[in-house]
Design a protein around this ligand. Structure first.
Ligand code: HXC
Length: 284
C-alpha cells in the first residue's frame, strides 16, 4: 500500500529539490529513518539505507523506492554501526553505485528502559557504542564524501542545490538527565558535542552538521517502549505545550529543511522538534 505524502512530508516542499543527490542513512529502515528517507526520495534524491537486519533493510529500500518513479534506493543490511570497517565498506558501495554521498543521517540507535541499578556495565557500554561510537564511525566513514559534495555545491547555494550536510538524530534527555534513560541520555549528549566539533572542523569546507532532537514521536519503537512503561498517553499529550505527540513527518520535514537551500546557515545547532515539551517537563 502506498504511504500518502501527508504522512511523511509537508506540501511546502517543491518536487525535485534533491534531484541527483544521494543520502546515506543509518537506521534508515526504522520508523523515523524511513520517513526521512521517503521524504528525501520523494523530493528527487536517491538513497542508501544502512541497517543491521538484512531482510528489514532490503525490504524498506524496496518499499521506499516506490515513492518516485526512477528512484534508486539501496538497502545495505548486515551493517552494525559499531563496526567502522562495515560502515566504510557500505559508504564505498554507496559511492560506487550511486555516484557519491551528498547527505548523511546518523539515525541508528539502541535503547531500552532500565534504572541505573538495572544497568550492567556492559548494558551502558552497549548503548554508548551503538549511539555515540556508531555516530563517530558514520562521520568518519562519510566525511570525505561530504567535503567533496560541499565543494561541488558551495554554501550558500547560488543554484539552490545543496550538498555536504549531516544530521544526527539526538534527543532532549540530556538537557536535564532522564530517569531510566541514563545510558541514552549520556550517549546523546556526546552526539551533540561530536556534531558541534564536526561543524567547527568542517564548516570551513562548506559542510554543515546539526542534530535533530525529536520529542515523543508517535508510533516509534522508542516511544512504544517508554510509553507503555512510564506514561499515560492521553495525560502526556495534554502536557505537551503544542497539544499533541510528534509525528514522523515532523522529523522528516525538519530533515528536509536542514538539507535544503533554506537551511544554509544552520550549522552546529540542535533543532528540537518536540512541541516545547522539554521546556515544560525537562524532557518528554
Ligand atoms: C537492562 C539490558 C536490557 C534491558 C539489554 N540489556 N536489554 N539491560 N535492561 N532491557 C543489556 C544486556 O543484558 C547486555 O548486558 C547488554 O545490554 C547488551 O545486550 P545485547 O542484547 O547483547 O546487545 P545487542 O544484541 O547488541 O542489542 C543492543 C540493544 C538492543 C540496544 C540491547 O535493544 C538493540 O539492538 N536495539 C536496537 C533497536 C532499538 O533499540 N531501537 C530503539 C531506538 S529508540 P550484559 O551485562 O547482560 O552482557 C531510541 C530513541 C531514544 O534510541 C529516545 C526515545 C524517546
Amino acid at each position: 500500500m502506498t504511504v500518502p505524502r501527508s504522512e511523511y512530508l509537508s506540501s511546502a516542499w517543491a518536487d525535485g529539490i534533491f534531484a541527483n543527490r544521494v543520502l546515506f542513512i543509518t537506521g534508515g529502515a526504522g520508523t523515523i529513518g524511513s520517513a526521512q528517507t521517503r521524504a528525501f526520495v520523494h523530493l528527487g534524491g536517491d538513497a542508501c539505507i544502512i541497517g543491521r537486519n538484512v531482510e528489514k533493510t532490503e525490504a524498506a529500500a524496496k518499499e521506499i523506492a516506490k515513492v518516485r518513479q526512477g528512484a534508486r534506493v539501496i538497502g545495505i543490511g548486515g551493517v552494525d554501526v559499531r563496526s567502522f570497517d562495515k560502515l566504510k565498506a557500505a559508504a564505498d558501495r554507496c559511492v560506487k553505485e550511486l555516484g557519491g554521498i551528498d547527505f548523511v543521517v546518523a539515525g541508528a540507535a539502541g535503547n531500552f528502559i532500565a534504572p541505573i541499578a538495572g544497568l550492567s556495565p556492559n548494558a551502558f557500554k552497549t548503548v554508548i557504542e551503538i549511539d555515540t561510537i556508531g555516530t563517530f564511525n558514520t562521520i568518519k566513514a562519510t566525511i570525505d564524501h561530504l567535503v567533496a559534495s560541499a565543494s561541488r555545491n558551495p554554501n550558500p547555494s547560488p543554484s539552490g542545490r545543496t550538498g555536504g550536510r549531516m544530521i544526527s538524530v539526538s534527543a532532549t534527555f540530556h538537557y536535564t538527565g532522564m530517569p531510566l534513560q541514563s545510558h541514552v541520555s549520556a550517549a546523546k549528549a556526546a552526539i551533540d558535542s561530536l556534531m558541534g566539533s564536526v561543524a567547527l572542523e568542517y564548516g570551513p569546507f562548506g559542510v554543515t552538521a546539526n542534530t535533530i532532537a525529536p520529542g515523543a514521536i508517535a508510533g516509534t519503537e522508542g516511544m512504544e517502549r517508554l510509553a507503555s512503561k512510564e506514561m499515560d498517553h492521553a495525560q502526556h499529550t495534554k502536557g505537551v505545550p503544542s497539544g499533541r505527540w510528534g509525528t514522523v513527518r515532523d522529523i522528516a520535514d525538519a530533515t528536509v529543511f536542514l538539507f535544503s537551500d533554506a537551511g544554509n546557515y544552520l550549522n552546529g545547532t540542535n533543532v528540537i522538534v518536540d512541541g516545547a515539551a522539554w521546556r515544560r517537563h525537562g524532557s518528554l
